[in-house]
Design a protein around this ligand. Sequence first.
Ligand SMILES: *Cc1c(COP(=O)(O)O)cnc(C)c1O
Length: 418
Amino acid sequence: MYTIAGKPVDELVREYGTPLYVYDENAMRQRLGDYRELFRDDEMETEVVYASKAFSCLAMVRLAAEYGFGLDVVSGGELYTAGKAGFDMSRVYFHGNNKTLAELQQAVKARVGTIIVDNAMEAEVLAALMQDADYRVKTLLRINPGIEAHTHHYIVTAHVDSKFGIAMTDEAEVVQTIRLLQACPNIEFAGLDAHIGSQIFDRNAFAELVRKLFAFAVRLQQEYGIRVHTLDLGGGFAARYTEKDAPIPLPEVCRCILDTCREENRQAGGLIRKVIIEPGRSIVAEAGYMLYTVGFMKTTPNRHYIFVDGGMSDNIRPALYQAEYDALIAGREEDTPAMTYTVAGKCCESGDVLIDAIKLPKTEPGDILVMKTTGAYGYAMASRYNKLPVPGVVFVRDGQAREVIARETYEDLISHEK
Ligand SMILES: *Cc1c(COP(=O)(O)O)cnc(C)c1O
């Protein structure tokens, strides 16, 4: 039988049912440990910040804390989750292009360590809010460096018309916004932040980003006397979804970024004290598995359909980004493929196809279909479309399973209804 972190999937299905989000906790711990070891430097301070939007829940936030990570949150809800998990608020980074006043107040009340200011209006609101705060908040300014990493156009964030950040080319706006922040005694302007997209396979993209940010930091210092001492390079490190994907191995990405930073920093006379990265997907994606039970099947002129008991409600990525996945039939992963199947969900949308074409051994109703690399932006983007309850989440470590989020019940589905 196919196992996840030493636990046979048929046992998981017996104990928790399907559809089910399963995480290999050993794999996540390995990954967190790897980042911690690899993103280190003798000359500059470094910090790895987990982008919790990829998969945010109490158990995951605690895991990130255990490995000494910072935490990136993008909403009041993620901030609340961090607080409830007991995360050190001084290590929280609050992102977002349209933080509401209530969210900013919540952040200040919680004494969040760093706020990433996205635009000039936010700087004004924050400066007003911090006037009578009882602590000093660090800020980074989100910059759009104009680098287009090769990825799906929905997840590209740094093209000229991006909703995120102030364009590096709009220097007057950048300077004015920084001055606004610097004028407030309770705000420390620490530096610049950029995030150039997600699922980036191109190693030059990160080196180019580092060079651009250093050049810009030097320019701000020389032309305007603005001191930048921290650079946050964002996330976007790729995961392997199918055999077509070849993510740059973690040691190489980290080395490339740190080498480029060190080199640039020497030329910049040691201007930069601290470098931050914010991986999300690359920490949780490959550790995640989705277990489904195969239901009805049918053959049309051009397709052999396998219908599973979940779909776009638990994983919207195929419908949203044409994301591709690999899967197997538990207990038959060594069998030779019998034919090419289409794996479709049970939602009332023709676009509810999880895998367009995959070779699998002969499959039957009742089989367990294991979809791989579902750990990022799956549960996080789940919906209750068709009033399907959101599946539960189980972590498996050394063969032991523990439920970290209970499966929703029908009662949960109507619990807010009057
Ligand atoms: C989404 C996001 C990340 C994480 O991106 P991944 O592709 O999951 O690594 C990091 N930083 C910012 C600002 C983001 O918006």
